[in-house]
Design a protein around this ligand. Structure first.
Ligand code: AMP
Ligand code: GLY
Length: 426
C-alpha cells in the first residue's frame, strides 16, 4: 500500500513509526517530513498547506491512503480535495474541522447540545467586547476565534489586562483574521487532561489519556508553547472521570456534529479541565495533539493503519482499539528563545539517545554538509515507555541528557505533577 502523511513534525514522526508496524504499509511518503522522518519514510518537499500540490502528488503516485495530520490543511479542505480525487483519507473534512478552526462555533455547539464548558460570550465587534470585559469578574479568559498556533489565548487577571487583550486581538490584529472575532469566557480551575479519540462519525473510541506541559519553563512559568513534554496516562483521568467524559462529552460531541451535518471522522482531541463541578471542555482540536501523540501512540497495541482505515470506512466498531497499561513520557528539546525568537541551523549531536529512547524529530533538517541541524522551535521529542510512570520519566530524562545542541532548552519537571498525584493514591 502507498501511504501519504501530510505534515512534518514530531506528531507525524510518531504516526509514521506506528503505521510502519503494519507490513502492508510498504511505501510511506511524508509531505514535507523532516530529517528524522526521512529515516522512516520518503520525504517530498511539498508544504503541508499546498493543497493543490498534495493532491497532484497523491494522484500522480497513485496513493492508496492519505493521513492529514496538521490543523491548517484540514481547515483548508485537504481531505475534501483528496476525496474529490477518490483517495481514501484519515482526517475530518473542512466542515468538521471547524470544531477547531472556530472557537465561537465550538462554544455555540457545546451550548446548543448541553456539553459542559466554561460560560462564554462571543463578540464580532471591539466596542461591546471592551464594555463587557471592563465590568466582568476576573480572572477572565480572552480567546481569538481562529487558529493561532496555540497562542491566541490570554488569561487575564485584571479588567485592564482583558481590555488590553481585546484591543490587541480586535483592533491591532495581533492574530490577523483569527482575532476578528473573540470569545470571552469564564476562568476554570483544575488539572488539565488531553484525550485523543478515534471517531468515524458514529462510534467514538478514546485513546489513553495524557497530560501536556504547555508553558515554556519549569513550574508552569513562562509563555505558552505548542507543548514542552507529555506523559500518559494522566492520573487525574480516573475511571470515574473517564465514564463521565464518555457520557457527557465524547458521545454528545460526536452526535452533535452529525446532527449539524458535519460528521467528524478522524482524531478528535478533547482538551479537558477536571473542575470541582466535573469535567469541562477547554478546547477541541480536529487532529492528533503534538506532543500528546508521541506518548499515546507508543502505548497503542492495536494496528494504527487498520484503525485509520476503519474510521474512513465508518466501521470503527469492528476493529480493536487497545492500549498497553504501561506509561510513557516525552521530553521536548527546544531551541533557546522558543516560543519567541530563536536561531536555527545548530548542529545536533544525538549521542546514544536513539538507542535509549524513541527520538521523534519535530524541527530538524540536514545542512549542506549532511549534518543534522535544528530547524524549528521544538526540535526533538525524547520518549520512553516503561511499566511505571516514574521509570518512564527517569528514562526519558537520561536519554535526553545525551543530546546536545547550542542553546538547547528543556523543562526538567515533565511528569512531576502527575507523579505527585500518583503518589497520593499509592
Ligand atoms: P486553548 O488554546 O483553548 O487550549 O487554551 C490554552 C490554555 O489556556 C489551556 O491549555 C488552558 O491552560 C488555558 N485556558 C484556556 N481556557 C481556559 C479557561 N476557560 N480557564 C482557565 N484556563 C484556560
Ligand atoms: N499539545 C497541544 C496541541 O497539540 O494542541
Amino acid at each position: 500500500m502507498k501511504i501519504l502523511v501530510v505534515g512534518g513534525g514530531g506528531r507525524e514522526h510518531a504516526i509514521i513509526r506506528k503505521l510502519r508496524e503494519n507490513p502492508e504499509a510498504a511505501e510511506i511518503y511524508a509531505l514535507p517530513g523532516n530529517a528524522g522522518i526521512a529515516e522512516d519514510a520518503k520525504c517530498v518537499n511539498i508544504r503541508a498547506t499546498d493543497i493543490d500540490g498534495i493532491v497532484r502528488f497523491a494522484v500522480e503516485h497513485a496513493i492508496d491512503f492519505a493521513v492529514v495530520a496538521p490543523d491548517d490543511p484540514l481547515a483548508m479542505g485537504a481531505v475534501d480535495a483528496l476525496h474529490a480525487e477518490g483517495i481514501a483519507c484519515f482526517g475530518p473534512d473542512a466542515k468538521a474541522a471547524k470544531i477547531e478552526s472556530s472557537k465561537a462555533f465550538a462554544k455555540e455547539l457545546m451550548q446548543k447540545y448541553g456539553i459542559p464548558t466554561a460560560r462564554f460570550r462571543v463578540f464580532g465587534d471591539a466596542q461591546p467586547a471592551l464594555d463587557y470585559v471592563r465590568e466582568a469578574e476576573c480572572p477572565i479568559v480572552v480567546k481569538a476565534d481562529g487558529l493561532a498556533l496555540g497562542k491566541g489565548v490570554r488569561i487575564c487577571r485584571t479588567n485592564a489586562e482583558a481590555e488590553d487583550a481585546v484591543r490587541a486581538m480586535m483592533l491591532e490584529g495581533a492574530f490577523g483574521a483569527s482575532g476578528a472575532t473573540v470569545v470571552v469566557e469564564e476562568y476554570l480551575e483544575g488539572p488539565e487532561v488531553s484525550v485523543l479519540a478515534f471517531t468515524d462519525g458514529h462510534v467514538v473510541r478514546p485513546m489513553v489519556s495524557s497530560m501536556d506541559h504547555k508553558r515554556a519553563n519549569d513550574g508552569d512559568e513562562g509563555l505558552n508553547t505548542g507543548g514542552m513534554g507529555t506523559i500518559a496516562p494522566n492520573p487525574f483521568y480516573t475511571p470515574e472521570v473517564a465514564s463521565r467524559c464518555m457520557k457527557e462529552i465524547f458521545e454528545p460531541t460526536v452526535r452533535a456534529m452529525r446532527a449539524e451535518g458535519r460528521p467528524f471522522k478522524g482524531c478528535l482531541y478533547f482538551g479537558l479541565m477536571i473542575t470541582r463541578d466535573g469535567p469541562k471542555v477547554i478546547e477541541y482540536n480536529c487532529r492528533f495533539g503534538d506532543p500528546e501523540t508521541q506518548v499515546v501512540l507508543p502505548l497503542l497495541k492495536s494496528d494504527l493503519l487498520d484503525i485509520m482505515r476503519a474510521v474512513e470506512g465508518e466501521r470503527l466498531s469492528e476493529v480493536p482499539v487497545e492500549f498497553s497499561d504501561q506509561a510513557a513520557c516525552c521530553v521536548m528539546l527546544a531551541s533557546g528563545g522558543y516560543p519567541e525568537k530563536y536561531e536555527k541551523g545548530k548542529v545536533i549531536e544525538l549521542g546514544r539517545a536513539p538507542q535509549m529512547a524513541e527520538v521523534y524529530h519535530s524541527g530538524t533538517a540536514r545542512d549542506a554538509e549532511g549534518r543534522l541541524v535544528t530547524a524549528g522551535g521544538r526540535v526533538l521529542g525524547v520518549c520512553c515507555v516503561r511499566d511505571a510512570l516514574r521509570e518512564a520519566v527517569g528514562a526519558a530524562y537520561i536519554a535526553a541528557a545525551q543530546v546536545r545542541f547550542e542553546g538547547m532548552h528543556m523543562r526538567t519537571d515533565i511528569g512531576a505533577r502527575a507523579l505527585a498525584a500518583d503518589g497520593m493514591e499509592e
